[in-house]
Design a binder for this molecule. Structure first.
Ligand SMILES: Nc1ncnc2c1ncn2[C@@H]1O[C@H](COP(=O)(O)OP(=O)(O)OP(=O)(O)O)[C@@H](O)[C@H]1O
Ligand SMILES: [Mg+2]
Length: 398
């Protein structure tokens, strides 16, 4: 089976997102981007697609996964390694000779820049730090080139850097900001984060170091996009299906994160295969009953969702965790969610003072929304993912 359920969707596995991609290519003409979104929503897949499509848009792009790194020196070394000068030169030479959109873009840039692409531009020196010489070399080499640097797991990296030495973190992000804001700079950055990137920056008073970046918040698929993906995937797998199957998968998943959609499809196909094996038949279409069986199977495997509760235990202080668990259990018990007022009222035993109670609730709700547990719409707080809601109710419900 070639449907990805966890690793990034690449090549023919990638579906939808046409509007996001086209918006991002437009943005890169004059902006850097902070790309954030709940876990598993497809951030890495979008970055990979940007990297793959870059040449046809007149960019040389590299995807740098910062997971596993935690110092300024390591980050700089990764940039250097991903963008060796000969590779950029080779690409520029070929791209200039070409025809079409990419070559047009490069020709326009050459005319606009006094020293041409790859010339030199005036840049402020990096701050006094051990890594300044390395930083300066990279900055002056890359600033005048049409390169796109796509950082994945930037929030994981930044969190490590902050916990190691907050002052260095501030120097590094401050320097990246002055680099981005210098005039005539051609390179662009995307900073993508899997865990509440905005929360992290705000919590550590670093959000102003990114206020020049376009705040791009990734959303779930539209129903039309999810159905088109499911139909393409079923075609690719050679599975006939009852006409109402794609719509039924969307109904059961609720919030259309492509990950949950794929997860349910894969499990429904397994259920269908078992059904066929039991009946000794083959080639019968996938049905909505198979989808419902697949849904139950997903919920039965506790390990599939257990990291959602483990992550809360890791990220929240004891008091906040108590509030979060109360809120999640209350919301999971109601298919239509609860209002903010109803939820705050349920915390009376945790925090008797009404003002402190409301404040603690707001802080926790913010975290739970940033990390994709809950969503608020028309004053009702609910789980966007029906699968997660049902899992939570069965395993953490009261
Ligand atoms: N455009 C897409 N087309 C098809 N499937 C997708 C797409 N985007 C995401 N997915 C599905 O979501 C899963 C996770 O995607 P991806 O790794 O890109 O998400 P992420 O936001 O980077 O996750 P994390 O927060 O864990 O880093 C994929 O395995 C795939 O099932
Ligand atoms: Mg990712």
């Amino acid at each position: 089976m070639s449907i990805p359920v966890g690793s990034k969707a690449e090549g023919g596995q990638f579906h939808g997102r046409q509007r996001e991609l086209s918006d991002l290519w437009d943005l890169f003409e004059s902006n850097n981007v902070l790309l954030s979104g709940p876990r598993r929503l497809g951030k890495s897949s979008i970055l990979q697609r940007l990297a793959d499509d870059a040449p046809s848009h007149g960019w040389h792009a590299v995807l740098i996964d910062l997971q596993g790194h935690g110092t300024a020196e390591e980050m700089l070394a990764e940039i250097d390694r991903a963008l060796p000068e000969p590779a950029i030169k080779r690409w520029l030479e070929t791209a200039r000779k070409g025809a079409g959109r990419a070559a047009d873009r490069l020709r326009k840039l050459e005319l606009r820049l006094p020293g041409g692409l790859g010339g030199s531009i005036d840049l402020q020196a990096p701050p006094a730090a051990a890594w300044a010489p390395q930083a300066q070399r990279i900055q002056s080499r890359l600033a005048p080139q049409p390169v796109l640097i796509l950082f994945d797991e930037f929030s994981v990296f930044l969190e490590k850097l902050i916990s190691h030495d907050r002052a260095v973190a501030e120097l590094l992000v401050g320097w990246l900001r002055t680099w981005r804001l210098a005039s005539q700079v051609q390179c662009r950055f995307v900073f993508s984060g899997s865990v509440g990137l905005n929360t992290l920056l705000t919590r550590h008073h670093l959000i102003t170091c990114f206020n020049d970046c376009y705040d791009f918040r990734l959303q779930a698929f539209s129903r039309r996009e999810a159905i088109a993906m499911l139909e393409a995937e079923l075609r690719g797998e050679g599975w006939p299906h009852a006409p109402d199957v794609p719509g039924h998968i969307c109904d059961r998943v609720g919030w259309l994160s492509p990950f949950y959609v794929n997860l349910l499809l894969v499990e429904a196909l397994r259920a269908a295969r078992d059904r066929q094996a039991e009946a000794g038949v083959s080639g019968t279409p996938l049905t909505t009953n198979d989808v419902d069986d697949g849904y139950e199977r997903l919920l039965a495997v506790r390990s599939r969702f257990v990291h959602w509760s483990q992550r809360l235990e890791r990220d929240l202080a004891k008091d906040a965790l108590t509030v979060a668990l109360r809120v999640l259990a209350a919301v999971a018990a109601r298919t239509d969610g609860l209002t903010r007022r109803q939820l705050v009222a349920r915390l009376a035993t945790v925090e008797p003072d009404p003002d402190a109670r409301a404040r603690r609730f707001d802080e926790v709700l913010w975290h739970l929304e940033e990390d994709g547990y809950l969503t608020t719409e028309a004053d009702r707080v609910s789980f966007p993912s029906f699968l997660l809601r049902d899992y939570w109710q069965r395993n953490h419900g009261r």
